[in-house]
Write a protein that binds this ligand. Structure first.
Ligand code: PEP
Length: 248
């Protein structure tokens, strides 16, 4: 079932020095304020820009999130960022298990599971990404691949949690799943999460994979789509503003 307002989330990945990030955040804040009645908006800047973006978003309806976190609270983990550090910077969300970490950095579902527990511990809402590779899709293994990721990544612990269905072959490629495929997978995933006690109403499922201004409204119209996780188009203030307006 749809949540009252979809979440439009912008994953900035490893892009933007602080001045660029602040300028983009200010533009997003204006668009989000104008659409505050119809959608929630969140941005996920690189760690180095979180503090500056938090300042730029102060007083705006845009939520802040981290792109990843470490499972431990603190300690000898050179280069890592804890969930508590993200919370301290004003983050509400953290993206976990993005395909650029699962496939690009060989991150396992077990690690995603431990990071989700860390997010709960710090009071953050994890957005756990799942999705099949092109090879899995061709072999007809889409639901098996996603089920493996869900079973491996979802902790028993209670806490607000969100999911993003992001077919790996659609990320950054300009290829988007059809609305029929999105509807089928989201419906199936919502029922799987319900069976796991992660009801979709409290855990809306976002879609991600080459979302652009011209396909956002059609994807958001799919019943089980609770919002969008946007990569490339979220780096362009005009394009992301158009995606936000598509929620209306
Ligand atoms: C993403 O990185 O989560 C993503 C969906 O990227 P893009 O929108 O560029 O495909």
């Amino acid at each position: 079932m749809k949540t009252a307002k979809p979440l439009i989330a912008g994953n900035w990945k490893m892009n933007g020095l602080r001045a660029d990030a602040v300028a983009l955040a200010e533009a997003v804040a204006a668009d989000a304020a104008a659409s505050a009645d119809v959608c929630e908006v969140a941005v996920f800047p690189p760690f180095t820009a979180l503090d500056a973006v938090a300042g730029a978003l102060s007083g705006s309806p845009v939520a802040l999130g981290g792109q990843d976190c470490h499972e431990a609270e603190a300690g000898a983990h050179t280069s890592c960022i804890s969930a508590e550090m993200l919370a301290d910077l004003g983050c509400r969300y953290v993206i976990l298990g993005h395909s650029e970490r699962r496939h690009g950095r060989r991150e396992t579902s077990e690690t995603v599971h431990d990071k989700a527990r860390a997010a709960f511990r710090a009071g953050l809402t994890p957005i756990v990404c799942v999705g099949e590779t092109r090879a899995q899709r061709i072999r007809g293994m889409t639901t098996e691949a996603i089920a493996d990721q869900v079973f491996g990544s979802v902790p028993d612990a209670e806490g607000p949690m969100m999911f993003a269905y992001e077919p790996v072959w659609a990320i950054g490629t300009g290829k988007t799943a059809t609305v029929e495929d999105i509807a089928r997978i989201h419906d199936w995933l919502a029922r799987l999460l319900h069976a796991l006690g992660r009801d979709c109403e409290g855990s809306p499922i976002l879609y991600g994979g080459s979302v652009k201004p011209d396909n956002a409204a059609a994807i958001l119209a799919v019943e089980e789509v609770g919002g969008l996780l946007v990569g490339g188009a979220s780096l362009d203030a005009e394009a992301f503003g158009a995606v936000i307006r598509a929620a209306g």
